[in-house]
Design a protein around this ligand. Sequence first.
Ligand SMILES: Nc1ncnc2c1ncn2[C@@H]1O[C@H](COP(=O)(O)OP(=O)(O)O)[C@@H](O)[C@H]1O
Ligand SMILES: [Mg+2]
Length: 304
Amino acid sequence: MLHRELVFVTGKGGVGKTTVALALAIAAARDGRRAIVCETSGQDRAAGLFGRSGAPAGDEIALADRLWATSIDPLRALEEWAGRQIGSQRLVGVLSRSNAFAAFVGAAPGARELLTITKAWELGRHDRWNRRARGYDLVVVDGPASGHGLGMLRTPRTFAEIARVGPIASQARRVTELLEDQSRSAVIAVAHAAEMPVSETLDLEQRLHGDFGRHLDAIVVNGLLPRRFSAADIEDLASADGAVPGAVAAAVRSQHGQAAAQQGQLRRLRRHATADVVTLPFVPHASLLLDDVRSLATALAGRV
Ligand SMILES: Nc1ncnc2c1ncn2[C@@H]1O[C@H](COP(=O)(O)OP(=O)(O)O)[C@@H](O)[C@H]1O
Ligand SMILES: [Mg+2]
């Protein structure tokens, strides 16, 4: 999947979308591709892990060899797009200062989503809006949570249909072509092996197919606990009858119970999902460090 032009990562909030998006970009960069990971919610966690947070939204920050990050700013994207369309920086400046662009971004339903996904498309062009900028081989979009993610993917088609003619329609059509061509773009869902996220992922897969006519390309189940104990171990524990301190026995039972519940949900996901399911281990650190994300990138490489 990493040889495609754009990978869109979605899933329920907090399951590890940002981590997986960055790990995918790291894996692609290691594989020789110029990759950029785009955050879409005003955060810059990816850059932060490399100690490069705090840059203005929309800047493309070099993180490592062949690896960049950006936080897409819809208003800045609109100004860049208009600059290329209008061809007069002076006029674009006048429009910006008059708040005309901000009014459009704030008022038109779906404008933020359209601008965000269009900017992601643009990052992968050889012919950038800013003629001096170079395009990326792979754009990884750290998308919004499932429902909104689907909405964002659908927006270009909606705008193309509403506008029909003119620069917005033709622009939206080019983005639609990318998003509807499964050989050029991929949609990856991230989930936890728990009841709600698994149900939501199965639902996402169905809706993506129903509304959008495309398949999920992969499901990444993140944060899987190791299976440290067998059922026999747990029986031995019960029959050890006081030889093992109570707190230790409780911790073992709890870990075993959680891991077993996860395995049950993982089986349910694999049974019902069409997409390939790949797993990433739970990393037992208070918060993930760059090296942890690099290890997750190694675990993902070649499996998606
Ligand atoms: N495999 C993992 N093991 C342990 N912690 C993880 C793992 N993946 C993500 N995390 C942690 O979980 C939290 C949420 O991850 P994040 O990628 O920000 O999720 P999202 O973007 O879906 O909200 C972060 O603190 C992150 O460091
Ligand atoms: Mg995130």
